[in-house]
Design a protein around this ligand. Sequence first.
Ligand code: ATP
Ligand code: MG
Length: 233
Amino acid sequence: MSVERVGVFGGTFDPPHLGHLILAEEIRERFGLVEMYFMPCNQPPHKDSNNLTEAKHRFAMVVAATLHNPGFVVSSIEANRKGKSFSIDTVRQLQEHMGDEVQIVFVTGIDAFINIETWKDHREFLDLCHIVVVSRPGHGFEEVAKMPTWISDRVVDLREGDLLPQEQLEQCPDGEWHVFLSDAVHIDISSTEIRERVAARLSVRYKVPDEVDRYIRANGLYRSAGKPRETAS
Ligand code: ATP
Ligand code: MG
């Protein structure tokens, strides 16, 4: 029986930008994922929610950003679930819904993954699905080697070896889950930069899709610079 694989790409998407879209498409293609599920969260567990844009706006912007790609799907699972959005709850819910014939590949940037030990039930989470960790300017993969061995032992560094990402996935025995490191993308854009540029009345053209640019302006988002939102966890 051949399994179908779908990607799950979680984030705050405040707002979605071209870095998100380019990485999602690249990973979808390289890993042979039939669809990439964008998962805008309700409340991010590791950010201060005070300056967060309402979930309805973030969700609408992700819909606008992904509309023209049939390989992209936007899921409302997290946006509709009250409270903090924990990835493990999302993956479990999706697995129940999709059944055994669909394998979930969870996609995250390296800056988020290095904090995995602070994620809810992270040990169980790593036993549920494959994870693809994507490089990001300013964050090296060296951090992963410093993680506890039970995590670093699962790592498959795609920069080494000859197999294509999809072949690597296909070779994994049933029930054996890995953390794949991919340096497929190097796009130096962040939502923080977009928010700051809008607050400073600077253009965000070519950094976000036109639809998102229009949505931001039509709804007057990010016009006043908020406090820094990352909190220590
Ligand atoms: P913020 O600056 O508000 O934290 P962000 O650009 O990091 O925004 P998030 O919504 O926090 O966007 O990120 C969602 C996911 O996408 C995270 O796993 C993050 O690491 C990843 N990501 C975002 N931008 C990039 C990028 N340019 N390159 C690689 N990964 C990225
Ligand atoms: Mg971030």
